[in-house]
Design a protein around this ligand. Structure first.
Ligand code: A3P
Length: 342
């Protein structure tokens, strides 16, 4: 079929959402016609992600997008060999480390499919009691050669989670995105503060929560402080998983220069390097990198990501930094990744 006819057909079809799926199907047919006479049946021997041409994966992403919007029948799902796979990698934390940005940026990779919502399967007893099939049912449709990733930052700090994940898949890859601990604690506080303000409630100042007024020491009972003691949580995880199964992402660098961090993750996940500078552009209004999927579709993260932090008393900042210092040293030692944290 001549290319011009294909394009004309596409334009007409794009007038309704249902038609859009058919456009994708048509592209598939055209693509198939362009293949050699005897192509290898991908269902017989699913190729590794490295062997799959980018063009094919992009077509597949288009189809998945339509399916997510509910525009596919069960028959189409079956025909295209789509599956809901348990995650092969999980972003387990850390809350306010940049978990959403990391998930969305990894989703730029044609071989990655994200679970959009935080599923809270392993940290929520009620969800966990629903069983593994419930969890699988929460996963997005994907092609068998793609990998599914979910993120639920509460996993990192919840006691029962490492054992539960280990029982599901002892060789799963675990991603942890961290930020300088004091900044992360302030970010955590800012999120709670905003929630209170939205409900017209008053809230304590950060300094009051973070310092124990009786001892004048750092208040280790305050959750935002405890969450930032990364090594304490990681040590619990290491009772189940070897350190090689974790990859630490620098959340501060993901803000300022995301591509190198994403390339390290691609390598950790054994994926070919496909996320490029083209996919990431700095948006001066937002003050953050935003995502470019293709010539027409780009997006920035929601406004709830990248809040203005309140001013914090510098002496309290110093006290916190001193408090976190020995824990940070231990964290570097265990993970083999060193940061320029104070
Ligand atoms: P702040 O709101 O403190 O700036 P999480 O998704 O784990 O809740 O993390 C939120 C943090 O992601 C934000 O914290 C923000 O700094 C960081 N972030 C990293 N890259 C971002 C991006 N491209 N757009 C918006 N926020 C980003």
């Amino acid at each position: 079929m001549p290319q011009a006819t294909v394009w004309r057909l596409q334009v007409v079809m794009q007038q309704s959402t249902v038609w859009k799926l058919q456009v994708v199907m048509l592209q598939a047919t055209v693509w198939k016609l362009l293949q050699p006479i005897c192509p290898v049946d991908s269902r017989l021997s699913a190729p590794e992600p490295e062997q799959i041409p980018l063009r094919t994966l992009q077509f597949k992403r288009g189809l998945l997008h339509e399916i997510r919007k509910g525009n596919a029948t069960k028959e189409q799902i079956r025909l295209h060999n789509l599956v809901q796979q348990l995650p092969q990698a999980i972003i387990i934390g850390v809350r306010k480390g940049g978990t959403r940005a990391l998930l969305e940026m990894l989703n730029l990779h044609p071989a990655v499919v994200k679970a959009s919502q935080e599923i809270h399967f392993f940290d929520n007893d009620q969800n966990y009691a629903r069983g593994i099939d419930w969890y699988r049912g929460k996963m997005p449709f994907s092609f068998p050669h793609q990998i599914t990733i979910e993120k639920s930052p509460a996993y990192f700090i919840t006691e029962e989670v490492p054992e539960r994940i280990f029982k599901m898949n002892s060789s799963i890859k675990l991603l942890i995105i961290v930020r300088e601990p004091t900044t992360r604690a302030v970010s955590d506080y800012t999120q709670v503060l905003e929630g209170k303000e939205r409900k017209n409630k008053t809230y304590h100042k950060f300094e009051k929560l973070v310092i124990d007024t009786n001892t004048c020491e750092v208040n280790t009972k305050y959750k935002a402080v405890r969450t930032s003691i990364y090594t304490k949580h990681l040590e619990r995880w290491l009772k189940y998983f070897p350190v090689e199964q974790f990859h630490i992402v620098d959340g501060d660098r993901l803000i300022t220069d995301p591509l190198p961090e994403l390339q390290l993750v691609e390598r950790f996940l054994n994926l070919p390097s496909r996320i490029s500078q083209y996919n990431l552009y700095f948006n001066a209004t937002r003050g953050f990198y935003c995502l470019r999927f293709n010539i027409v579709f780009n997006k920035c993260l929601a406004g709830s990501k990248g809040r203005t932090h309140p001013e914090v008393d510098p002496s309290v900042v110093t006290k916190l930094q001193k408090f976190f210092h020995p824990f940070n040293q231990k964290f570097y030692q265990i993970t083999g990744r060193t940061f320029n944290w104070p």
